[in-house]
Design a protein. Structure first.
Length: 445
């Protein structure tokens, strides 16, 4: 639910954030990118806490952080303050691995796999409700009220968590690698700054190359230290499992495409017709366009287990990647009517429901139960990195097709971005087909 809240205050609200704060769209994009970055950092942190004694405390504490972030974002009148609030909200995206660890620990083995698959796409159901509701509030009340709405909901869920989430203080203590948290946060921040600003700074400029060089060095140090720690923040040694490598490669590449499409479609339909494209849609309508994605992805996830048993996980991931590419290609070729945006998100919903419901099951089968939270944290951080890169990459591409500062991107810019997103999805299909030829390892085998 909280992941849905955080997501619903993202892509569809970007044009309104730009108008309200008198900033460009690519600047407003940072309110989405920093939330995804925070999710990428918080996922392994919360996942590690979920494996140890503080699962319940981590869930409740994180919900309160999201609540505080929502209040700060609600009062924000400038982009820097909004970014602070959105960063705190974005940490809530890391709640998924803790929930998955709880599901595996407290449910019978026969049920846990299906429940974990449902949890993986449950955010989509939250998005389906959150996008139109937050859009309605932003249109009829104010942009700030939409953020306050997120605070009320996350506060209510925090109370529910206090009353219902079981304690696991009897579990074995697992230390948290604080230095690892700081290092990965630094490296990912440098990476996203380099990608997002590459177009405006110039891809060969000193600032861009410096940011990317810092990212490579810092993330390289992080990988080295994680591989040599007894209790790492993220157990990268899990990549020795062929299934884990395949699943996370799919999560990274498909994550890039997913958030590219989210941003492109919602911004495109809200652009005024005077720009030579777009439909001048309200924030509410932009939210409604993503409802088919949410509903269909949740329905598709319910069939993933039986389809995987019959055809194999690699086939499911391959089909999901192809459908993801088809969604972007469809909207790149057909965007003259609003209903075509609904069709594009519906196709994307099938792709997401197949792919992201199958991946957690593949991962959890390959690792021991005690490492479920850590493994899901690794999966979540990889997926969130993909989301963050997709958001930053979209901002960079569209910034290159703005005629003058403060103006909207051209129609051609959106089409180029869609084709790039589709190309990434095609690459994902190739990767998953090559990596998925061997069956996944079974934990404990």
């Amino acid at each position: 639910m909280v992941v849905g809240i955080v997501s619903s205050l993202g892509a569809p609200l970007l044009p309104q954030i730009a108008r309200t704060m008198a900033i460009s769209l690519d600047s407003a994009q940072w309110s989405l990118t920093v939330a995804l970055l925070a999710g990428a950092v918080s996922a392994p942190t919360l996942g590690r806490l979920g494996d140890g004694r503080y699962r319940r405390e981590a869930i409740v504490g994180e919900l309160l952080i999201v609540c505080v972030g929502s209040v700060i974002a609600g009062f924000a009148t400038s982009l820097p303050v909004l970014i602070v609030g959105r960063t705190l909200q974005g940490t809530g995206l890391g709640l998924a691995p803790v929930a998955m660890a709880a599901a595996r620990a407290h449910l019978p083995a026969a049920r846990s796999r299906d429940v974990i698959a449902t949890l993986s796409v449950m955010a989509a159901a939250g998005v389906g409700a959150g996008y139109p509701i937050s859009g309605l509030i932003a249109d009829d009340v104010s942009l700030h009220a939409a953020f306050f709405f997120g605070g009320v909901l996350s506060g209510a869920v925090a109370i529910a968590a206090i009353l219902t989430v079981p304690s696991n203080r009897h579990s074995e203590p697992i230390p948290l690698d604080v230095r690892g948290v700081i290092t990965v946060a630094t490296g990912l921040t440098a990476l996203l700054i380099g990608i997002a600003q590459g177009q405006s700074w110039g891809w060969s400029s000193t600032r861009t190359l410096s940011a990317l060089a810092v990212a490579v060095v810092v993330l390289g140090i992080w990988v080295f230290t994680q591989l040599h720690r007894d209790q790492p923040l993220v157990d990268l040694r899990q990549f020795r499992h062929h299934a884990v490598l395949s699943a996370n490669a799919a999560a990274l590449t498909l994550g890039v495409t997913l958030y590219m499409y989210f941003t492109i479609i919602t911004e495109f339909i809200q652009a005024p017709a005077s720009a030579g494209y777009g439909f001048g849609a309200s924030t509410l309508v932009a939210g409604l366009v993503l409802v088919p994605f949410s509903i269909i992805s949740l329905l598709a996830s319910r069939f993933t287990s039986r389809v995987t048993v019959r055809f194999g996980a690699s086939w499911v991931l391959f089909v999901g990647a192809i459908l993801t590419a088809a969604s972007g290609a469809f909207f790149a070729l057909a965007h003259g009517a609003l209903w075509e945006a609904f069709v594009a998100t519906a196709i994307l919903g099938v792709a997401y429901g197949f792919s992201f419901a199958a991946i957690p099951g593949i991962v959890t089968q390959a690792v021991p139960e005690r490492d479920t939270g850590s493994a899901m944290g690794l999966y979540q951080v990889i997926r969130s990195i993909g989301f963050s890169v997709g958001s930053a990459l979209t901002a960079s591409i569209l910034a290159g097709y703005i005629a003058s500062p403060g103006h909207l991107p051209t129609r051609h810019g959106y089409i180029v971005a869609l084709w790039i997103g589709s190309s990434v999805a095609v690459a994902a299909s190739i990767i998953t087909s090559l990596l998925g030829r061997r069956p996944p390892a079974v934990a404990g085998a």
